[in-house]
Design a protein around this ligand. Structure first.
Ligand code: NAD
Length: 253
């Protein structure tokens, strides 16, 4: 019999990552919540207190390659084989391209693209020995469409989508599926910081469903992609959870 799923979630202490951790433990699976922010980790720990046996919390900066390697080894030793990974750690900024500094561009690429790649590579190295694993990269509709102010953020997410496809193709023969979720605007702390009232009005107008999504709606998509019994033949895909944003042309409402 296959062992119980163990899902490693970066950026798992807030927003979308936290909603995925909640969905994972609600399913009776185990969640390893890794995040750079200690305060958010404490709050997430309180929120999931009733699931103490299933949820584990640990500090991790995804840009620290050695720390990533050590933590994954330690988790496997203490908790068991990681069967799923969700890369939700991410940062963003709304800055016009001509005002985007090189340092800011590098920082965003470092966390969103290189950080996600390093965690995926280190996890997949272990998953391949067991020929079982599902990896999800949380990208963004800003990696598919050109949204103003997103030159660095959009480039990081577009790169993540292509990295997802290459990893999916290379890792299919060893039983690892790699997919991406591209959320549209979702009500999270990151969005509360990034979206001004004006931006909020523009986003709502551009989404055919005329609203922001909830973290739980993204988590439902992640649970589908994590579950081999439901998505076993799905790999290399981008699932847009965006209220129709990426398919919209001229819309009359
Ligand atoms: P959030 O800020 O609520 O959560 C992100 C978490 O990542 C935070 O807890 C933060 O501490 C953590 N993090 C940041 N840098 C890290 C690092 N170096 N190492 C480890 N953890 C780190 O944001 P969110 O809205 O939940 O975003 C989650 C993911 O979804 C991000 O990748 C974001 O780009 C993506 N996304 C969000 C939206 C949205 O509308 N909220 C839309 C599209 C994509």
């Amino acid at each position: 019999m296959a062992s119980e799923p163990i899902i490693f979630i970066t950026g798992g202490a807030s927003g979308i990552g936290l909603a995925i951790a909640q969905a994972v433990v609600a399913e009776g699976w185990r969640a390893i919540v890794a995040d750079v922010d200690r305060q958010s980790l404490d709050q997430a720990g309180n929120l999931l207190a009733q699931h103490r046996a299933l949820a584990h919390f640990t500090r991790l900066d995804v840009t620290d390659e050695n720390a990533v390697r050590q933590l994954i080894a330690q988790c496997e030793e203490e908790t068991g084989p990681v069967t799923g990974l969700v890369n939700s750690a991410g940062i963003g900024a709304d800055v016009p391209c001509l005002e985007t500094s090189t340092a800011q561009f590098r920082k965003i690429i470092d966390v969103n693209l290189i950080g996600s790649f390093v965690v995926a590579r280190e996890t997949a190295c272990r998953m391949q020995q067991r020929r079982r694993g599902s990896i999800i990269n949380i990208a963004s509709v800003s990696g598919i469409r050109a949204n103003s102010g997103r030159v660095a953020y959009g480039a990081s997410k577009a790169g993540l989508l292509l990295a997802t496809q290459v990893m999916a193709v290379e890792l299919a023969p060893v039983g690892i599926r790699v997919n991406a979720i591209a959320p549209g605007p979702i009500e999270t702390p990151l969005v509360r910081q990034m979206h001004s009232e004006q931006a909020r009005a523009r986003w709502t107008a551009a989404v055919p469903q005329k609203r922001y999504g909830s973290p739980a709606e993204v988590a439902a998509a992640a649970m589908f992609l994590l579950d081999d019994s439901r998505s076993g033949f799905v790999t290399g895909q981008t699932l847009c959870v965006d209220g129709g944003f990426t398919v919209a042309g001229v819309v009359e409402h």
